[in-house]
Design a protein. Structure first.
Length: 219
């Protein structure tokens, strides 16, 4: 009698084993698939940009010959963040908007200021300082960033716009002032296209700034 009562429970357990194993295998498979989906998507879904690796070489024939203090680049308050901004000019150009899944690694004014200072240093036979260095120099350069955005003239057509104002100062007096406005077409109407075009426009602005400095920095 005892054997007769035990057999059914053993049979039930044996019948349950395959379904439990199948269920566990399914749960494990789902977990692996979820991990695969979440991992790459999380990494690929958000992008951070800077201006790329800086050049360390000096110009073969430096265009600048005088010590220069380059002050920190200033910018409007709405640019004081890491957003990559665009404007839909074909709808309302007065509304700067930021991409949701892309950003700069630091505010645009900091990135551009760093890039311009490095370009000036490469083109200068003399020294380039920041105000924090506490050094005395022949000239001081002050820069204001007025626009740094990707402008869409149509849904599939955009351009980078970089606008800044420079003031060259010597002995507390303004030697010269100049506004620079550079535009570069974006290869693609998206954040990456905007970033590439903004970097190219920034490089062009830096070159124009150095030429202007060379024409105005004279003893």
């Amino acid at each position: 009698m005892l054997r007769a009562t035990l057999l059914p429970s053993v049979a039930v357990r044996a019948a349950l084993l395959p379904s439990v194993a199948v269920r566990a295998a399914l749960l494990l498979s789902l977990a692996v698939l979820a991990a695969c989906a979440i991992g790459p998507q999380a990494r690929d879904g958000f992008a951070s940009y800077d201006f790329g690796l800086p050049r360390a070489d000096k110009e073969a024939n430096p265009r600048l010959q005088h010590d220069l203090v380059v002050a920190a680049l200033t910018a409007p308050a709405w640019m004081d963040n890491t957003g990559i901004y665009y404007r839909l000019a074909y709808r309302d150009a007065t509304r700067p908007q930021a991409y949701a899944q892309s950003r700069w690694v630091m505010p645009p004014a900091a990135l551009l200021g760093q890039s311009l200072r490095a370009s000036i240093a490469r083109a200068n036979k003399a020294a380039v300082f920041t105000p924090a260095d506490g050094a005395r120099a022949d000239y001081t350069l002050r820069l204001e960033l007025e626009e740094f955005s990707q402008v869409f003239d149509a849904a599939d057509k955009s351009r980078a716009v970089v606008r800044l104002r420079a003031s060259l100062i010597r002995n507390r007096g303004v030697v010269a002032q100049q506004a620079f406005s550079i535009e570069r077409a974006s290869a693609t109407p998206d954040a990456e296209g905007g970033v590439r075009a903004l970097i190219a426009a920034s490089d062009e602005a830096g070159n124009a700034l150095i030429d202007w400095l060379a024409a105005n920095m004279k003893k």
